[in-house]
Design a protein around this ligand. Sequence first.
Ligand SMILES: Cc1cc2nc3c(=O)[nH]c(=O)nc-3n(C[C@H](O)[C@H](O)[C@H](O)COP(=O)(O)OP(=O)(O)OC[C@H]3O[C@@H](n4cnc5c(N)ncnc54)[C@H](O)[C@@H]3O)c2cc1C
Length: 369
Amino acid sequence: MLGKRIVLAGGGHAHLYFLARVGELTRRGFDVTLVDRSPYLYYSGMATGVISGAYAPDEHRIDIRRLVEKGGGEFIEGRVTRIRAENREFVLENGQTVPYDAASVCLGSEVPRSIVSKNGAGAVRVKPVVNTLEIRRRLLALGEEHPPRVLVVGGGAAGCEVVANTLALLGQLGLEAKLTIAQRSESLLPNAPRGAQREILRLLQERGAKVLTGTLVTRLGDGVAWTSDDRELPCDLLVMAVGVSPPSVFRDSRLLTDGAGGLRLDRYLRSIGNGRLFGGGDCVSFRGKALPKLGVFAVRQGPVIFRNLQASLTGTPLQEYRPQKHYLYVLNLGDGTGLAVYGRLSWRGRLSWWLKHRIDEKFIREHRL
Ligand SMILES: Cc1cc2nc3c(=O)[nH]c(=O)nc-3n(C[C@H](O)[C@H](O)[C@H](O)COP(=O)(O)OP(=O)(O)OC[C@H]3O[C@@H](n4cnc5c(N)ncnc54)[C@H](O)[C@@H]3O)c2cc1C
């Protein structure tokens, strides 16, 4: 064996397959360590359902510390700030170093802070996804005084789901919807088929949301946002859902990244030039291009990471990762229906929601202890 210390940095969706199988590895003589800034991972598929109350606050919480410890591994709570690939070690915020013989990084993604002025510090970002709990908490508190004015910046899948579920919650509270969604491109869900774009626009408008497409928000203030053409959008709650980008740790560590800062990987999910460092999920770039930043991609990378980390230490052949060409994405619309998108097809209804709910529930059952 070429060493036995396996370290996972970040217990994200792409590492869950591994974390559920730590016992297999420790029984075979490997030492497994997970480093994460939090002992819990919040499953993204259910995150917006928490806003409308479709799911209880901790129903989508996975105890990653217990997962690794149950298998005989070690959990270190800490934030990775550097990767010294040449020394095969991670450096944590508190200065601690964590050495490895083989490692994988799955540090997720962040909502960029580029348009936040200092007075806009109260804005809630949709990443980490645990923040949807904070959105619900604030809506409930604000709703006790008056119908809150909510502004969601960003009309991709996350932004649209936040709007739909916020409308559902306001409806349950008997409050009039004062909700605006601002989207820089000319349509909501810009990457979805046209049918889905029309459907989500119609649905959100019918339920009382004001949809501002072709609207670029450039500045945030205290209770207000400004557009590039100086329109003022006042709000009591501001949610930022303007897309995500990889954390800066790979650039800071001088590893090979793509233009956005995602760790560049080869066909085996291995960092270019670092034979014992692998990765997956939102923070990586696969063979020169970023894959969709979706949990369904991260989760499918899990078995390849599990196998290749071992293979790199036992000298056995590595497995190639082949991203799925088509994938199903179902938006939770907060009213017991879902909008399913598969390739160029889309359909909305109770069946879509039921399907999503079944898939998510099964996933969470498999990973909760
Ligand atoms: C509101 C919302 C809803 C979504 N819904 C869906 C959906 O229904 N279906 C779908 O497929 N995708 C969905 N997504 C996308 C999905 O969340 C991401 O693609 C997925 O979380 C990526 O997983 P990951 O493994 O890359 O990272 P994550 O699952 O985000 O995990 C990253 C982990 O790394 C840890 N971490 C981060 N930085 C550090 C550090 N420096 N040091 C130590 N630990 C660190 C974090 O604590 C976390 O545990 C949604 C996204 C949002 C924002």
